[in-house]
Design a protein around this ligand. Structure first.
Ligand code: UDP
Ligand code: MG
Length: 345
């Protein structure tokens, strides 16, 4: 029998937080009805986090330690957890106890009671981090990401989030894209809502990121916009830019050609270099777009990716007048109904 909730926590050098983390998550989950597992992913910690996790897990069957071979980064650690989830809900939070484990039941309750929501994202309304180095850049980033990806959230950076399982199955994290999970989830069809959650200052261990993440976030934002808009048609992105460059280039060269025909020398004209450069750059971009199209086909036709996600609906006749429910919601209910039926045999 699978647990109803899978909680995923990425851990990198959080030795001093682990006991409190595990105990507080357990206490929070005992206060609500759903069964759960805690998938604790050690991301190649240099301290004794992995050892401590194994000790803790020996007496806690609901704690599933996953020890990564080296430090791959927060996104990979989360993905390692996502690859192992068994529950119909997935919750993520940080290991440093900046998120409040007692808020988990709040998010789960929202998913349980509101079928119109697939993902509940925490919003650190009263954030306990340094104002200048953390809160301000984060505020700008939230605005930028919201506008660029079309998913309006106050707080992309909050690790405390809860999802219906099918969303997690559709999301694949690479690099440092964990910061963009709401955009990725939206792309995978999630209907997202934000719920204010508590936030604490770090009391043990240190933050793993510095101000240098700013440039990486900007680059990742470009990547996200590209992925969301042009993933299936890279030629439109590269080729479009290419034609905008090559067309004026061709016009310039045509003009110079006529000038030359009229007997004037064009060898020393700066316009010649500009024309040649524009045409060359333009053709290069078109070629890059065509290669992109080949890669897209290899990717999708080898079964690596899905071109679309869709929800299928079935008739639900369990109680009351027949109505249509989403297939995955139906399957989840059957999953939870099973044990009761089995015990009545
Ligand atoms: N983390 C990780 N791998 C890394 C860096 C961080 O698993 O390479 C974990 C870390 O242990 C914590 C979470 O990701 O649970 C968020 O990291 P941190 O608290 O340092 O980030 P901040 O809250 O300062 O943004
Ligand atoms: Mg933190």
């Amino acid at each position: 029998m699978f647990p109803a909730v899978s909680i995923v926590v990425p851990i990198y050098n959080e030795f001093d937080n682990l006991i409190a983390l595990v105990d507080r998550i357990d206490a929070a989950m005992r206060s609500q009805p759903l069964s759960y597992e805690l998938i604790a992913v050690d991301d190649g910690s240099k301290d004794d986090s992995a050892k401590r996790l194994l000790e803790l897990a020996a007496t806690r069957p609901w704690l599933r330690p996953v020890i990564l071979a080296r430090n791959y980064g927060q996104s990979s650690a989360l993905q390692a957890g996502f690859d192992r989830v068994q529950g119909r809900y997935v919750v993520t939070l940080d290991a440093d106890l900046q998120n409040e484990p007692d808020d988990i039941p709040l998010l789960l309750n929202r998913l349980e009671t509101d079928p119109s929501v697939d993902m509940v994202s925490g919003w650190r309304k009263d954030r306990q981090d340094a104002a200048i180095s953390r809160k301000l850049p984060s505020k700008i980033a939230n605005r930028l990401i919201s506008n660029a990806t079309g998913v309006q959230l106050h707080d992309y950076g909050c690790a405390l989030k809860a999802y219906r399982r099918h969303i997690i199955d559709r999301v694949h994290l690479y690099g440092e894209l964990h910061r963009f999970i709401p955009s990725l989830a939206r792309d995978a069809g999630a209907r997202i809502t934000e719920v204010p959650v508590r936030h604490h200052a770090r009391t043990a261990g240190v933050s793993k990121y510095g101000i240098d993440r700013t440039f990486r976030v900007i680059l990742d934002l470009i990547l996200m916009v590209f992925l969301m808009r042009y993933r299936q048609r890279p030629l439109h992105a590269f080729g479009g830019l290419g034609l905008w460059l090559a067309t004026p280039g061709f016009l310039i060269l045509a003009y110079l050609f006529i000038v030359k025909l009229m007997g004037e020398s064009i060898g020393g004209r700066p316009l010649l270099i500009i024309g040649v450069m524009l045409v060359l750059m333009g053709m290069t971009f078109v070629a890059a777009g065509l290669i992109g199209e080949l890669l897209t086909r290899i990717y999708y036709e080898s079964g690596g990716g899905r071109q679309y996600y869709a929800d299928d609906y079935v008739i639900d006749e369990t109680g009351g007048p027949p109505r249509m429910v989403r297939l995955d919601a139906h399957a989840a209910r059957e999953q939870t109904v099973q044990p009761a039926a089995a015990s009545s045999l």
